[in-house]
Structures are given as C-alpha cells and as structure tokens.
Write a protein that binds this ligand. Structure first.
Ligand code: TEU
Ligand code: CA
Length: 543
C-alpha cells in the first residue's frame, strides 16, 4: 500500500523557506561505485534537516546516457540506474516530507538526449509522426538553415545524413532541441509534468526555460562585425510566445497544492534582471521564481553588489517574489570567487548573511555552507564535455562539482570506492564533520542564519528597506514586518567601519560574526570589524 505523505502543510514555503541544491552525482555515494545516488541523499536527509533547509532541488536523475551528466534525458518517466530506482525516488519524497523538506525536481524541457526514443523515431524518416517533435530543416543549399550557434560556438545545426536534413541543438549534438510548437510534444510533456506531481514532487527547476521556443521562420540572428560568434540571440531565445506556454505550465502546477517552479533564465554575463523578472508574468501567472545570475557574475564589491540587488528587486513585479543565489553547478563556487588573494574565506560569512537576510528565496549550493572551493581538475580527470572541448582555455564545470566533503576520512567520506571526480585537496580540514564540532564554523553560521529566518517573520516576509547602499564598503538594510524590525549591517572590506544611523530604540544582537549576543544598543551607532556581518533586532521603544 502507498504510504501516506505527511508533509507538514506550509503555505508559501517556496517564498519563505530555504532551498538547497544537490548535484546528485557528488553528494553521497551509498553503494561504493564512486557516484553519488538517491539512497545517498536519503542517508543525508538528517544532515539537511539539521541545517534547517525547507527544500532540496536535485539536478536531473532521470535516465540518461550522461553526455551532459543528466541534462540529456532519454526517459523522463524513469530514474537512471546509476542514481537508483523509482522506488528510491518515492522513498526520497516520503522521507523528505516527513522531515518537512520539499522536493524540487530538475526538468529539462528544451532538449532530450539523442538516444531518447522520440528522437530515434524522429530522425528515422521525414514522414515519421515524431519528425516534427524536434526542429528539422533542409538547410540552404548544402549549408545550415541559419546562423544560429550552439553553446560550443559553432553552428547549432547538425546534418543528419540518413534523411539529408539538419536538426537543431542549442547545446551538444547529443542534445537535440524539442519543437514546442508541436501540440503532440507539448501534451506528452504536460503528461510527464503531471506524472511527477502525482508522485508527490513539490516543484520544478526549469532548465534553460527561456530557450524553449524558436522563431517559426528560423530567421538569422543579427550579428556584430560580421562575426557569427558575436550574435544577438534575437530569434532563438526569449521569444514572446514563451509567456503563453509558461501560463499553461502554471495552470498545471496550480491544480496541485502548494507547488512551485523556478526557471533558469539562461543569458551571458552581466545578466539582465528585467528579462529574468519578465518570466514571472504578473507575479502570479507564469513562473513562481526566476533565477538572475547577475550577482554570480560580479566581483566582490559592496557597491557593485548593492546595485545588482537593487536592480533585481526593482525588476520583480508587484505580486512577484525574488530569489537569490550565489553558486550553482555551472559557475565557479562563491567561496572561490570571493576569496581571491589572501582573504582566506573571511568574505563567505558576509555573503551568507546577505543571501539569507535579503527579501527573497535563498538557494544554497551543496558545499557552500562549509566553504568548499573550486578544485583544479587535471586534464585526465575532466568529465565535463565543456572542459574536454575547450581545455586548457576553459576547464569546464567539474571544479564546482567535486564531491561533498563530509569528513576527514578517505575521499572526504563521500565514497568508499573510486570517486568519479577527485575530492577537493582540502577535505581533511574543510568538511562537515569538523565544522559540526566547531561552534564558529561557516556551517554553524549558515545554520544559525537559517534558524533566525525561521524565527523572524521580518526576515522571511518583511519589506526590504536599504539604508547603506554599498558606498564605503558597507551594505545595510532593515527588514520590517509589522512591529518586527531587523537591521542588517555587512562590512565587505578588510577595514574597520562605522555605522552611524540615528534610530533610538532598544536594540539587541540577533546574530553576528564578531559581536557577542548580549550586546545591546540604544541607537544604531557602532563599529564593524573587518568582514563583520551583524544582525540586530529591535526589542522595544527607546526608554
Ligand atoms: O545551463 C545552461 C548552460 O549551459 C550554462 O549555464 C553553461 O553551463 C555555462 O554558461 C557554462 O559556463 C543548463 C544546465 O544548468 C547545465 O548544466 C546544462 O549543461 C545545460 O543547461 C544544458 O541542459
Ligand atoms: Ca552510487
């Protein structure tokens, strides 16, 4: 008999809760084959619940030949054996739910694997019923149909000799793009979405969602200086028809209680917050959340961060909700980006405090909470197709996907076998076990931040009222919910700084990297140590 799902009902969990991204290959290996798996995630749920997260997002675990490590799916309705079974996935949902943790599934809707039976059929003949499920074209007298380029910088059209036509692939050849204008394909995808919702998943992270629809006429993208590489993705991304499609997806989600979607809006640095926010529609009819990667693309600077955040907040529609992220499986880890030079990790708590006290849903990337760095992967160990293709110019994304460092034991406690990617060289010092035992560790700071977010409505739901806008290395703001007022001060520099804001009341430290919890104030006038993050709550009127 099916086990009853016992998720604690929590309206708006996706707004007020904290999401934790797991790259399943690298989280925890339960069977010693060197690859992380679903039973491994289940084993670590107690850790996640101790950390206090409200949801986990797993990068794809569907059946895949793994040309792009799961972002090339060959069966949407099954789990890849390397990760486990459907029954493991059900257990994961159940076990997460009993701990009040929601499960967000990664959905790759833009493309499938070239080995997906749909594509195998589609490429078999020009009159196959599935032909139109993908994007095929005769081309232009022996040349590709247009100038669109793939993520690898060369034509995104692959000539297929069996039928003498080209198919379109935004990413690898092994990832043909689907044709979302075909009603049959759309229905099949919608059925698949319902399949997972019926199974109990709470939401979806939608991979490269802004690429889904392409220009019907396949017009050439405008190019600069006559160089195809310098093209504006006018006709193959961000097409306006996408909004209608997202409204349809939203309607499906709305038929289920308390579900959500977060879209990856794929665009090159420096990012474009207004465009990302555009996919929230009115705030209630398209995506629930959209990623904006502007912060990830910025160098460490209070002013530059502030400007980024302000622009993002202003872009969010009135009924919409922001989300924030410092790292993911495609980008260099925040710990590595921030702590260039000899800052030795001191900036990470400041970044953590920012992430977890801004208005908006925070997304934590596995390992971020212990300050895992990017590790340098040697040529022979590279797994990522991007790294294989562009080495040594670009070494790919493996260095942000190394195994979670659980303990000082072999392989950082990730596997008893041979790890699929080398474990970070610093695992003996940087690991969960050591940091659990250290009161002042980054891990415990993340825990405390998550804990105060749970306690204070102002931090979860309150208005964001900026006070110091990054000039002189400081970002400071209030979070306000009714009577509840919280003040956050972040020193982005290695120097002592003064806060001098006139606000007479009784204030008390709520959490700080430097100050004692017993510190009280009658005004917001105090100094901040280098890289200090201090969170203060109002406990009464001035007396
Ligand atoms: O990401 C889009 C993507 O390809 C970029 O983030 C890219 O990885 C980066 O610019 C390279 O530096 C999504 C997935 O997150 C990614 O892992 C997949 O490879 C990709 O789509 C294809 O599904
Ligand atoms: Ca395994």
């Amino acid at each position: 008999m099916e086990k009853e799902i016992t998720l604690i009902k929590s309206d708006g969990w996706w707004k007020y809760g904290v999401v934790y991204q797991i790259y399943p290959r690298s989280f925890y290996d339960s069977n010693g084959d060197g690859i992380g798996d679903i039973p491994g995630v289940i084993e670590k749920l107690d850790y996640l619940s101790h950390l206090g997260v409200d949801a986990i997002w797993l990068s794809p675990v569907n059946t895949s030949p793994m040309f792009d490590f799961g972002y090339d799916i060959s069966n949407y309705n099954e789990i890849d054996p390397v990760f486990g079974t459907m029954s493991d996935y059900r257990t994961l949902i159940d076990e997460s739910h009993t701990r009040g943790i929601h499960v967000i599934m990664d959905l790759v809707l833009n493309h499938t694997s070239h080995l997906h039976p749909w594509f195998v059929e589609s490429r078999s003949s020009t009159d196959n019923p599935k032909r139109d499920w993908y994007i095929w074209d005769k081309g232009d007298g022996g040349r590709p149909p247009n100038n669109w380029i793939s993520i690898f910088g060369s034509s995104a059209w692959k000539y297929d000799s069996s039928t003498g036509e080209y198919y379109y692939h935004s990413f690898m050849e092994e990832q043909p793009d689907l044709n979302w204008r075909n009603p049959g394909l759309k229905e099949a995808m919608f059925d698949m979405i319902r399949f997972w919702l019926d199974l109990g998943v709470d939401g979806f992270r939608l991979d490269v969602i802004n690429l889904l629809i392409k220009d019907l006429k396949l017009r050439n993208n405008p190019v600069r200086f006559g160089i195809p590489l310098f093209q504006k993705n006018k006709y193959n991304r961000n097409r306006k028809e996408l909004h209608g499609l997202l409204r349809e997806v939203r309607k499906i989600l709305d038929q289920y209680n308390d579900t959500m979607s977060v879209g990856e809006i794929f665009m090159p640095p420096p990012g474009e917050p207004e465009l990302s926010a555009g996919y929230l529609g009115s705030g209630e009819d398209e995506l629930h959340l959209a990623f904006d990667f502007s912060l990830i693309f910025r160098l460490w600077s209070a002013r530059s961060y502030y400007k980024c955040i302000e622009r993002w907040m202003n872009a969010i529609p009135v009924n919409g909700w922001p989300c924030h992220v410092l790292s993911n499986h495609d980008q260099p880890r925040s710990m590595w980006r921030y702590n260039w030079g000899n800052e030795g990790g001191k900036r990470s708590p400041v970044a953590a405090a920012l992430l977890l006290t801004l208005k908006g849903t925070p997304f934590i990337y596995y390992g971020e909470e212990i300050g895992m760095k990017n590790s340098r992967i040697g040529r022979k160990d590279i797994q990522d197709p991007f790294g294989k293709k562009f080495w040594p110019l670009f070494r790919g994304r493996d260095s942000s996907r190394t195994p979670m460092q659980w303990s000082p034991e072999n392989n950082g406690g990730f596997t008893v076998g041979r790890s699929w990617l080398p474990v970070g060289v610093d695992y003996k010092t940087i690991n969960v076990k050591n940091q659990m035992e250290d009161k002042f560790s980054l891990l415990n700071f993340y825990r405390d931040l998550i804990e105060i977010r749970k306690q204070k409505k102002a931090l979860q739901q309150g208005d964001w009222v900026p006070v110091m806008k990054g000039y002189n290395g400081i970002i400071a703001y209030y979070r306000v919910f009714g009577e509840e007022v919280i003040f956050v001060a972040l020193n982005f520099t290695g120097k002592i700084k003064n806060i001098n804001i006139h606000n007479r009341a009784q204030w008390k430290n709520l959490l700080s990297t430097h100050k004692s919890l017993h510190t009280h104030y009658t005004n917001l006038k105090f100094s901040l140590d280098p890289y200090e993050a201090t969170i203060i709550e109002k406990i009464g009127p001035f007396s």
